[in-house]
Design a protein around this ligand. Structure first.
Ligand code: GTR
Length: 324
């Protein structure tokens, strides 16, 4: 009898647990290339907590971190098809699909992180978020992506001349291939997850990224020269599949939009902390911080000429330059 009672109690407990776990009516599957605990993952989790609370437990988010759902370019396609509900990615892999995303991805377009925040929080940011709707996506919010700099396994880069002949991995964006070529080096677009082994085996000499990615990916172990040329400040974006969004009531759509907006300050705080932590963690690498950026900036003229073509894009550049 006691045995039956114990069994019954255990059964009841597991049923209760199961129903608590299935309390969510809808669980949005969200993709991220970064590991658990990385600021982007933590920010989408924070958005999920807000959404769950504000919808009385009906709307939830499950983040599939560490590229469990695939590399960024593939997950973007799957999000457009509605196979994945949400995606947090860099704007870089959107460059070949949505031309407006090229503008904040232009080298040296932002003077500082603060400048980037002011632009992305303003009308240009909204214009870019709106552009996603023509591509089966809903743009929800922008996150920080720090500033990206070159690192390699061969030699310290102290000037533009030192880049000559080196082979760098770039995100899958034609504009970044041209950016590296304009600096006298060679670029290979490739998924993030292949970079470590490609540097290790000598397929490429290096890549470019921000402190937290250089750290968390372990790239600092195989490419120990990091040059603070800070050629890109590319924002990251959180998008939802249009089909997922359209299936929601207008009230729930607004809950999603608002929770995404409210996750931005959370992300910014986590990002600032993580940048400092990562910089300290990779302390064994050779950091070249005393570098004249002027030749790098001047070398970017052909990139602007090639990509800032239409009057709409030209106006976006002017608006960004005019933003404080
Ligand atoms: C990181 C970014 C990722 C991914 C990666 C890359 O900084 O957060 O979304 O784009 O760079 O270089 O592929």
């Amino acid at each position: 009898m006691t045995y039956i009672k114990t069994l019954g109690a255990a059964l009841l407990a597991s049923v209760a647990m199961a129903s608590a776990a299935t309390a969510c009516e809808i669980t949005f599957r969200s993709s991220d290339t970064h590991p658990d605990g990385y600021p982007t993952v933590a920010a989408v989790n924070a958005m999920g907590d807000m959404l769950e609370e504000r919808s009385d437990g009906r709307l939830c988010i499950e983040v599939f971190h560490s590229a469990q759902l695939g590399e960024e370019k593939d997950t973007i396609e799957q999000t457009q098809f509605g196979v994945i509900d949400m995606n947090r990615v860099s704007l870089g892999p959107f460059n070949n699909i949505i031309e407006e995303t090229q503008i904040p991805s232009l080298p040296y377009i932002f003077r500082s992180t603060e400048h980037m925040h002011n632009v992305m929080d303003g009308p240009v940011g909204q214009q870019i978020l709106d552009a996603f709707s023509d591509h089966d996506l809903v743009g929800l919010a922008f996150y920080d992506g720090g500033s990206r700099s070159f690192y390699n396994s061969e030699r310290p880069i102290t000037s533009i001349e030192d880049l000559e002949g080196l082979k760098f991995r770039v995100m899958q964006s034609d504009m970044f291939v041209d950016m590296v070529a304009a600096l006298g080096a060679n670029a290979t677009p490739m998924p993030y997850g292949e970079v470590y082994s490609s540097i290790q085996t000598g397929v490429i000499d290096g890549a470019e990224n921000n402190w937290p990615s250089y750290d968390s990916s372990g790239h600092f172990e195989v490419a120990q020269y990091y040059t603070l040329d800070q050629h890109l400040i590319v924002p990251e974006v959180l998008v939802m599949a249009k089909s997922t969004f359209d299936a929601l009531s207008p009230e729930d759509q607004e809950l999603v939009r608002q929770a995404a907006r409210d996750s931005v300050p959370v992300m910014r705080e986590l990002w600032a902390e993580r940048e400092a932590e990562s910089e300290a963690r990779v302390a064994g690498v050779e950091v070249i911080s005393d570098i004249d950026k002027t030749p790098f900036i001047e070398a970017m003229v052909p990139v602007y000429e090639k990509y800032v073509t239409s009057p709409v894009l030209q106006q976006m550049v002017l608006d960004i330059l005019a933003t404080e």
